[in-house]
Design a protein around this ligand. Structure first.
Ligand code: MOS
Length: 761
């Protein structure tokens, strides 16, 4: 023991300082490479549509061509006779299934729509699956699907937003927050204000374009259903499918080790249910991989919004009134009201505030969450209006925002947990060279190109979801296996949680294996709301505590640790040691060996996320854009970008920078090119392909610099707030404000296409 003690003491003298929360200063904060990187670049990461199963049948879907009505006749004879076809499933022969529990409405729900799937002849949106074909090959299934003839009895459908908005309703809540909030009488204050901005903004539908289209490979074994899926909500998907098929949760297993991008809608849609139902009918495992068109038709994206922002201010810019209201398109069978008024609830000090949201029901595929639902399009409206107010007040837009910094959350009254937006602006402005911007629009021209700069605030709430659990298995060799049903969608979950666990346990990252992506593991939480890192991190922290307790018990009286309590010790160098006396230490290997144990396993639940109830917890950022607009064609090129973020502690600068950049790039699409074209006569999406729905490509994306304050949030379990979604927020407004600075033209309707700029300012 004395050898162990002196060696530990020698090592302890070399140890760096500890972070305030007891985590060893070690791997977190280091730019570690992704642990899943090599598998992906070698093509060995197996995605849901690549799982090989014996006797696999391939599925193809047929989509309805009307928005509302009934299937009058469906002729599947030619399809059934086509080569290789095993089954054609329609509402006539589909098994009886319960409606899927809706995400947000039902605590067990992951479904994007609560409509029953293929249970009768009714049609509720243009694109709803009306038939599934199973065949021996994908080509045979696709061919047979094309042979199915459907006649419809159409009924009047709600597909025109202008008409639907006259029947708008206030939803019960906006993802848990009140649909309407008022502080004082904002309309009266606006009417009397010295400075006034009162504008309407429009944003279009967007479709999800993850690099991996949605796919499932499913197999039944008796009453056991196994689903290989691309999902961002494993356990909720399990309970959803269990409900639909009338199974116990334990009879459904979902595996999702790799997800090729998930931005809010890798949840449960009809294809999961149809694949599992068809597999049961055919007695074969089934693969159902949606085509790109299928993703547009059968899974939802961001809905359209019409927003009003009105600002009433004193001559010095101080806000007397802040009004943000509007309507989003929705359906009666989902619950994603696009929370675009969220930023206005906490960003600015104002003597009176009114925020209010309504929804207008449409017959369309259920709209869904899509990266910063609400904040991405809400900041477009709010931050463009702030830019207009700055101009009226004769202030630099950054100076105006500095003057409007609130001391407490302006609608909840709660203290901010950690808010350093002004610092993000200062740091960003200096690095970007904001002082080179002309306050006068259309002042800089280089040849045919008008050059401008714009800025906007980024913001996204901190969320931590309840219900995460984690298990740690410590091996006789002193390695740890950390298990929780988390999701890796490419953002670095596995890498960062391995780093976290390593620091938590005093191990090197390569001594930790992080296992995730399987409902057989302890429950994770959804990878949504930028919440997973904090949610899962809290569970791993709790498991770490439980492990320390168990180790001290196991160490007993013959250990240098004898008599110490968990609060007396820290994990370091592959063992535990006294907090203040490094000589009192014992390694994990030694503790387990003396106890004659091959392994020590603990499991723990994360504590309830109470921090969100006491504090206003949000992330912030300042988005800086430089654009060039062609004076003749109206073409906009974004030439420089800088994002300065205040998102708590950065856990891995490499994966974090990539998250921020990814969000900003998606924001460039939102700003300039992305729009799901919806034919209001028929309710049909007209551009369901990457050829006609334009996401940014390499040549659209300039060098993007990202910097951060790296100030830990004292209320978050890891000091970190989420970073997955904030990057897209503020981007639309920063581009629009830069376009105004370049051209003198204010565009208040996304996307900012050429036609909107081919006019005199
Ligand atoms: Mo995000 S829209 O919560 O995946």
């Amino acid at each position: 023991m004395s050898i162990v003690r002196s060696a530990a003491a020698a090592v302890a003298r070399l140890l760096p300082d500890r972070a305030p929360d007891g985590l060893a200063a070690g791997s977190l904060g280091q730019p570690r490479d992704r642990v899943d990187g090599p598998l992906k670049v070698m093509g060995r990461a197996r995605f849901a549509a690549e799982v090989p199963l014996e006797g696999l049948a391939y599925a193809a879907l047929v989509y309805s061509r009307i928005a509302r009505g009934r299937i009058a006749v469906i002729d599947s004879g030619a399809a059934e006779a086509a080569p290789g076809v095993l089954l054609v499933m329609t509402h006539r022969n589909a098994p009886r299934l319960a409606p899927p529990p809706l995400m947000g409405e039902d605590p067990r729900g992951a479904a994007g729509s609560k409509l029953p799937v293929m249970q009768d002849a009714s049609i509720r949106w243009n694109g709803e699956p009306v038939a599934v074909v199973l065949a021996e090959s994908q080509e045979q299934a696709d061919h047979a699907a094309a042979l199915i003839q459907v006649e419809y009895a159409a009924e009047p459908a709600s597909t025109v937003f202008e008409a639907a908005r006259s029947r708008a309703r206030a939803p019960g809540s906006i993802v848990g927050e009140p649909a309407k909030l008022a502080v004082g009488d904002a309309e009266a204050a606006l009417a009397e204000a010295a400075l006034r901005v009162d504008r309407a903004y429009r944003t279009p539908r967007h479709s999800h374009c993850a690099i991996e289209p949605h796919a499932v490979t499913v197999a039944w074994s008796g009453d056991l259903l196994t689903v290989h899926d691309a999902t961002q909500m494993l356990h909720l998907s399990r309970s959803t499918l269990a409900t639909v098929f009338g199974l116990a949760d334990r009879n459904v297993r979902i595996l999702s080790p790799f997800v090729g991008g998930g931005f809010g809608n890798k949840a449960i849609w009809s294809h999961h249910i149809l694949a599992a139902a068809a597999a049961r009918m055919a007695g074969r495992p089934v693969r159902l991989a949606l085509s790109r068109e299928g993703v547009f038709r059968a899974t939802g994206g961001r809905t359209l919004t019409e927003q009003r922002v009105a600002l009433g201010a004193d001559p010095d810019g101080t806000l007397a009134a802040l009004i943000h209201t509007g309507i989003a398109g929705m359906t009666s069978h989902n619950d994603c009201p696009e929370q675009f008024t969220f930023p206005a609830r906490h960003l600015y000090a104002a003597r009176s505030i009114l925020v209010s949201q309504e929804v207008a029901d449409l017959d369309m595929v259920a709209n869904a969450f899509m990266r910063a639902p609400g904040e991405s399009v809400g900041t477009f409206a709010l931050e463009c209006a702030i830019d207009e107010l700055a101009e009226q007040a004769g202030l630099d837009p950054i100076e105006l925002r500095r003057r409007l910094e609130p001391e407490r959350d302006p609608t909840s009254g709660r203290p901010f947990s950690s808010r350093h937006l002004s610092q993000a602006y200062r740091d960003g402005a200096e690095r970007f060279g904001w002082d080179r911007r002309s306050a006068v629009p259309r002042a800089r021209r280089e040849g045919d190109w008008l050059v401008g700069m714009g800025v906007a605030t980024a913001t996204y709430p901190y969320y931590r979801m309840p219900g995460a659990a984690a298990r740690i298995r410590l091996t006789a060799e002193g390695r740890a296996i950390v298990e929780t049903a988390a999701h890796e969608m490419g953002m670095g979950t596995a890498t960062v949680q391995a780093q976290h666990a390593a620091d938590r346990l005093g191990l090197a990252p390569d001594q930790v294996a992080f296992r995730y992506g399987d409902t057989d593991l302890p429950s994770g939480t959804m990878a949504g709301g930028s919440s997973q890192t904090a949610s899962v991190g809290a569970a791993i922290a709790a498991a770490g505590k439980a492990l320390t307790k168990a180790l001290l018990r196991l160490a007993g009286n013959d250990s240098p640790l004898a008599g110490l309590k968990p609060r007396d010790v820290v994990a370091a160098e592959g063992g535990l040691r006294h907090r203040d006396d490094p000589a009192r230490a014992e390694s994990y290997v030694s503790i387990l060996q003396r106890a004659g144990r091959g392994e020590l396993t603990v499991e723990a639940n994360a504590p309830q996320p109470m921090e969100m109830l006491k504090y206003s917890m949000h992330s912030y950022g300042a988005q800086f854009a430089e654009v060039r607009v062609n004076a003749i064609t109206g073409e906009t090129r974004v030439t420089r970008w800088l994002g300065a973020f205040d998102t708590g502690r950065i856990l891995n600068p490499k994966t974090a920078a990539s998250q921020f950049r990814g969000g900003i790039i998606m924001g460039l699409g939102l700003a300039l090119t992305e729009e799901t074209l919806f034919d209001e006569r028929t309710g049909r999406i007209m551009n369901p392909s990457l050829a006609e729905y334009h996401v940014p490509v390499h040549l659209d994306v300039p060098e993007i610099e990202v910097i951060w304050t790296d100030i830990p949030d004292p209320r978050s379990p890891l000091g970190a707030r989420g970073i997955g979604e904030i990057g897209i927020t503020g981007v639309g407004a920063a581009v629009a404000n830069a376009v105004y600075n370049a051209t003198g033209i204010r565009v208040r309707e996304l996307p900012i296409t050429l036609d909107k700029l081919m006019q005199a300012p």
